[in-house]
Write a protein that binds this ligand. Sequence first.
Ligand code: GDP
Ligand code: MG
Length: 162
Amino acid sequence: MTPVIALVGRPNVGKSTLFNRLTRSRDALVADFPGLTRDRKYGNGRLGDKPFTVIDTGGISGDEEGIDAAMAEQSLAAIDEADIVLFLVDARAGLNVADEAIANHLRVNQKKTWLVVNKTDGLEEHSAMADFWQLGLGDPWPIAAAHGRNVSRLIEEVLAPF
Ligand code: GDP
Ligand code: MG
């Protein structure tokens, strides 16, 4: 079975940039499923001989109160559909209350979750990661989706059990 990777996080952290990079392969197929899956975008990617499906989500705004409200419906649905969750945060913006709310949900979720710190281009990796350890989701993974930095290595690691 093809593993399904969901990209979640608040708006503007780089989810769609990562989605586009992961689905750029020749056989990428991006489709919307109106009605059924509004606001979720599905694409196919491949790393070496391993195919995967990736789901982009619109993002979870920090304006709502409480985790139920903060986790937008489509993000919860994407998590449900996924085997792997990539939780994206923004190294340039630093840790945010919305990130903490999302992390609280993901910590109790059964899905394998990876904490991905995007936009590390031009930043010193160790200090860029420092804030994010306290989310309690394990090792933060530095990437730069816009430039491809560390992206293949992350996906290779993520897909290893599949
Ligand atoms: P989304 O709302 O989470 O889907 O975020 P987007 O993919 O739309 O990206 C939001 C903004 O962050 C855009 O202006 C991107 O160009 C920028 N961005 C995404 N990835 C990177 C990155 O690796 N480095 C930098 N510096 N900017 C990035
Ligand atoms: Mg987006």
